[in-house]
Design a protein around this ligand. Sequence first.
Ligand code: PEP
Ligand code: MG
Length: 758
Amino acid sequence: MDREAVVSARKILTRLHDVMASRSHAQAKLNTVVEVIGGGLDSEVCSIYLLREGMLELFATRGLAQEAVHVTRMAIGEGLVGTIASNAETLNLAEATAHPDFSYRPETGEDKYHSFAGVPIVRRERAVGVLCVQHADPRRYEEVEIEALQTVAMVLSELITNAGLVDEDEGLIAGVQHTGPEQLLGLTLVKGLAAGQAVFHQPRVTIQHVVAEDTEAERQRVYMAFDKMREQIDRMAAQAEFGVGGEHDEVLETYKMFAYDEGWSRRINEAIDSGLTAEAAIERVQQRTRMRMRQIDDPLLADRMHDLEDLSNRLLRIVSGQLGTAASMGLRNDAILIARNLGPAELLEYDRRRLKGVILEEGSLTAHVVIVARAMGVPVLGRVRSLRGVIREGDMLLLDADQALVQIRPTQGTIEAFDTRFARNRQRQAVYAQLRDVEPFTRDGTRITVMINAGLRDDMPNLALTGADGVGLFRTEFQFLVSATLPARERQTRLYRDVLEAAGDKPVVFRTVDIGGDKVLPYLRHNDGEQEENPAMGWRALRVALERDGLLKVQARALIEAAAGRTLNVMFPMVSEPWEFDAARDVFESQLKFLKGQKKVLPEAIRYGAMLEVPALAEMIDVIAPRLSFLSIGTNDLTQFLFAADRSNPKLAERYDWLSPSIMRFIRRIVTSTAGHDIDVTVCGEMGGRQLEALALIGVGIRRLSITPAAVGPTKELVSKVDITEISDAMAGWLATPPKNLRATLHEWASSRGLPVD
Ligand code: PEP
Ligand code: MG
């Protein structure tokens, strides 16, 4: 804003402030407002249209016929006023009648006015009215006048809402949208369909006061907020230097650039000079940038724009003290959560009944947040770009993770088509439900064991619902992730006992805590408080548990006590060398001895297993196998180590395929090395839950799968149609002479035999 605009906006704002503070009636206030603005901008006409019952109604005017007030009404999208509201965009025209959307209203007597400028009055990102000025001379309004008009419109939005002149939710109810229906594409992370309102994990701040009481105080607030924000960004950047790298770094670089951008802070200061509060000034500058950017069609700039939006929102949250996430405020309706990225613990804070879907700007298939969402049965779409410019808080969304897209503000037709797909999905689910009591035998009579992965008490009903053979992986760290503090032994015992009771006769394999990597516990920091360069390959899982053996001891005791009188199946994550398994087992054995001494009821038997997630262990199977009852292949970690590709790095999410000859050969090698040892071999990574991958695994000799509950039905369906000899021969051929694309080859092979493959 230049000086002139600042001065005229300031003058108008000072007068508006008095009007707002006066005790007069709302209508009288509006009548004064149009006089103040018209006079301040030296405009013959100044009018305010407000949204009432879905129509834009002329509420006050200076210059137009007074008889038209509360009579002239425009639909959204109708005429210049309706166009401004529906696009939430400014119009500045030297000759109003020349605009294709011009619609003449004789009752207003506006025919003598040629030039026209109008700005939307926005509340919570939705247009709730329009403020416009008109002149007899055909001239375009100066940039400074438009600036002043936009600033005034912000103030008006406060006055209007405080006076109860528009329903705060009306923009939403009346279907007034920032833009029309849109569709965005992404990467399917968890399949499924969901409908709900858009909820941003980091919500946008609602601005309470727009006009400043004390400009100097507002300036100080912004200075302090900038300092704090820069500090946060610097801290994040310093951590990232030792952290994940990749995309994250680029984002942080951009953040840093904006955070220290003098131009940005100067513009905010100027907006404060014009009489706005710190919050309103930040928002005002952001609105202006948004409008400018909309005119430039450049995807790279659009990306930058999101970063600035993010940062601007961060600054707003700091300045207003509104720091909580959407979870802390609670979900009020069925919601689709939107975030750049999330940790598993953050996701678990949401109300499971209301959380219907998740959309991430980043995300990858095996990131733990995605695993948690899969366990919760919540569809997730990842890698969705440009969503901030398109989706607004509260927008209606139809998430179709099956087809990797989201429909935003859908039309009635889209909603109906979606409902049909919902119904078809339910039918398919019903078919799977019928398979609940059918044992999974292949066509040639081999029994495949199909178990579920779980992690919370709430997951246990899935066992009965799916008819699975047991819980092949119970991720005990989920309880740690959802707790604010380290769960005490009694709480652990209670959970494990409940889980065993819920499982009845079916086995449950408890995996001891796997914390570290992307499962960060705020209350369990490193001894030395340092960040790790490669957390996935760092101080995690059994490594933490053995170093802090207090942790493992407590868990061992809890598991042993909970399994009193039953068989306890326990396995250790990330075993890299056989001695680590021995050390962990020793912790259990000494706890067992201690409890025996206490004359406690003990488990009937303890079966010990190791997870094979670190490739090095595959070379030691002959050594470790005699000490094991079972081995569980954790393909999520195993594949990230085999490909040297971080499972949480969104840039690598689509680069390597589980269905590659190298992975399949590796798994076959594990199966072959265990032959002759009396141990069960299970695959418990995410890949086992996909039909095509399950087929390939069966083809290399895997007979036990532990998968996400939603995949049990589809897997049973697949198993019933598989001929083991056929798939084994085919896989043997492809692994001996790998085709160019194993996935495509297998898919074609399976489809031609009528096998269900997703
Ligand atoms: C795995 O790594 O495949 C696994 C099952 O464990 P998690 O995903 O919990 O690391
Ligand atoms: Mg793992």
